[in-house]
Design a protein around this ligand. Structure first.
Ligand code: TIU
Length: 219
């Protein structure tokens, strides 16, 4: 069984029972001119994840292993957007890439480099966590996955919320440091530390080349 050199200790996994989760790699969060940048954020902190994630996807897919993508967003009538989230502004307003975080809009979709394949699941989620108000639990059960490799943006928001939700549901999560990004370098560092602290309180942390090497070794 592959073992990845990770923090706080090696992460062992059966590839046949592990799914790769790619969280919210959407144009509105990642591209210059998008929603994220319009809030004053440095999107380069996020876009640096695209290249390693693209390489990981190629490797993961070459073994025929399952990939699950998520997108944060809402129905065009915003009926699934909690009032508190709506009151903060932005959601549903016209942005550079269409209505912000509204399903079907250009900015809501995943960046070209990481486009899902036909047979890969895409989960549309209204919240930060990928389990809340989605079919993710059923999808994971159907795949027979027991562990998750977690990537995407942002580290301390949707990645953290999802890893915490997954941990409470009994899934061990390996978070890949070079494939998750925060607009804030400090949150990136502390966010990763929080996951692996206290003997993997929420999960494990490694980088993608280490995971890819572990996959290659087990061949
Ligand atoms: N996907 C995700 O993390 N949604 C956010 O709103 N993140 C922020 O950091 N704002």
């Amino acid at each position: 069984m592959p073992s990845v050199d990770a923090l706080p200790h090696p992460f062992t996994f059966d590839p046949a029972e592990t799914a790769l989760l790619v969280i919210d790699m959407q144009r509105d969060f990642l591209l210059p001119g998008g929603f994220g940048e319009s809030l004053g954020n440095d999107v380069s902190q996020l876009s640096r994840t695209i290249e390693p994630l693209s390489a990981l996807l190629a490797a993961w897919r070459s073994y025929g292993l399952p990939v699950i993508h998520t997108r944060e967003g809402h129905l065009p009538d915003l009926s699934d957007c909690p009032p508190a989230k709506l009151r903060k502004g932005g959601i549903g307003e016209q942005g550079a890439f269409g209505r912000i975080l509204v399903r079907g809009e250009y900015g809501h979709d995943i960046v070209d480099e990481l486009a899902p394949l036909e047979d890969e699941v895409v989960i549309d989620k209204p919240g930060k966590g990928a389990f809340y108000a989605t079919e993710l639990s059923e999808v994971i059960e159907k795949l027979g996955a027991k562990k998750l490799v977690v990537t995407g943006v942002t580290t301390e928001v949707c990645v953290h919320t999802t890893v915490r939700e997954a941990n409470d549901r009994g899934f061990d999560c390996l978070v890949l440091s070079d494939c998750v990004g925060s607009y804030f370098p400090e949150f990136q560092r502390v966010g990763l530390e929080m996951i692996a602290a206290q003997g993997a309180i929420f999960g494990w942390v490694a980088d993608s080349p280490t995971l890819i090497a572990a996959l290659q070794e087990q061949k």
